[in-house]
Structures are given as structure tokens and as C-alpha cells.
Write a protein that binds this ligand. Sequence first.
Ligand code: AMP
Length: 285
Amino acid sequence: MIICKTKSEIRALMTQWRQEGQTIGAVPTMGALHEGHLSLIDVAARECDRVVASVFVNPLQFAPHEDFDAYPRDLESDGAMLSGRGCQALFAPERVSLFPADFSTNISVAGVGENHCAIARPHFFDGVATIVAKLLLILRPDVAVFGEKDFQQLAVIRRMVRDLDVDVRILGGPTVREADGLAMSSRNQYLSADERAIAPALFRTIRQAGERVSAPGAKWSEIGAWATGEILAAGFTSVDYVDFVDAATLEMIDQAGPEGRILTAARLGETRLIDNIAVAPSQVD
Ligand code: AMP
């Protein structure tokens, strides 16, 4: 695997691949890689001749009180995992090369970038849209793969790419979970043993909520309140939201339609966990 730490190196490599007629799949990450990230490498490898991953802890998507400094970083282990999975290139730039001190541009996606996670993290999706736009312009991949684990993020990226006519196909990869259902996340490392035992309640609850909302005549206003109570009763510290949305628009809905999705974020001690599930059309009355 070729590791490029500068924009000029990675651009030269991508140009070479394109000139050789190879299609390119990109997988942007913030590192601290796990099986969830690696599953996206597999998706990219199925779709394209060459796969490039990026590892960059994006300062724009952290608020001053959030965990930018504490975010786990281990480029050596990330590199070994990527190369073991057949990824052919890793772009791992320095902060200053992407964000010089006088960096002034912000990409903000209205609509799908509002509500849900944007309420507790108002600058988060601007930070995501801006870094992803930059990475897509640097790498110019044919395909870029993102996890459904971050469902609102995926919707923001799809909308940004459509609105700005970026010539790339965005693919979503399904959420990879631990055996007990907890969605894999780099932030799971923050959990104490006690918190780790509580954490699967988030997925368990939204799955049950999905079954309840699929019943004829069910109303989300009641089920959402029930789900919040369940998550707190399991031992979570607080619930940011449990929302039932139309999967395409992320607008709140009260009754199951053909494309429902339950999105949630909750705090366990200092750690904020997110998850989401599809409410399958077959469950809909
Ligand atoms: P991150 O490093 O957390 O910014 O995530 C990088 C990419 O991996 C994003 O597209 C995430 O949605 C995706 N991802 C993170 N966790 C998972 C998971 N458990 N399953 C699938 N994709 C994931």
C-alpha cells in the first residue's frame, strides 16, 4: 500500500491510476479503524479497480468542547489494517495542508443537514460537507463510500454532491455491529466496562421501536417517548433524540411509510453514541 502524506503525492498517484484506465473508489475516515471501516473498503473494492482510503481527524467537525484532542489516533495500526484488507493507497495529510490558518470556506447543507444530530452539534455537518468536498476534489474518485451508521451524514454528503454537481457516485455501506448489536464506532473505546454493558440497549430499543411503529395505527409520538424512557432506564445518561424520519428527506414522520428510518443519539457518561435502523417496507401496514 502506498502512503501519501501530501496533496501533490496523492494527486500524482490518482492521475497515474486514471491514466492507466483504473477506476477509483475512495473511503474517507478519521482513523482508529475497525471492521465497520474495513467493510467500506470491501464495497469500494467490489465497485472499482483501485481503492484509496484517507485518514484525517477533521478539526472542522469538532466543537471546542468536544473530543478533537482525545480522538484516538494510531496511523500505524490503521495502515496495517487497510493494507491487510487490500486497500492500495492511504492519504494521511497534515492538518495545515488541508486547513491553513486563513482557510475561509464553509459548505453548509440546509434541510437534511438540520435537526437530529445538528441540534446538539450545530457546526458538525458543515465540517463534514467541507472536508468531504475537499477530499473528493483532491482524489477525484469514481465512487466514494460512506457508512449508513452515520445516516444523516450520508444524506448530507449525497445532497452536497448532487447540489454541487460533483462527478462521483456515492455509495452507502450497511452498519457493522458487535455480536451484541452495538454499532462499531471509534468512540466505543471511550466506554468503561459498565458503560459497554449498557451500550447495546440503544440498538435493542430502536429495533423494538421499529417493530412497534410498524403495527397498524401506531403513532411515533407515543413510541418515541417510550423509546427515550427505555434508553434512560437502561442506564444512558441522556437522550439527544430518537426520531422517526422519511429516509430520503430526513423529515419527521408520525406513522410508518414505505421508507422509514429511526435515528437516535444518546449519551453514556461522556460518550455520545448514535445509531439508526431502517423500518422495513414489509413491516409497514
Ligand atoms: P469515521 O472514521 O467515524 O469518520 O467514519 C468513517 C466512515 O466509516 C464513515 O463513512 C462512517 O459512516 C463509516 N463507519 C463508521 N462506523 C461504521 C460501522 N459500524 N459500520 C459501517 N460503517 C461505519
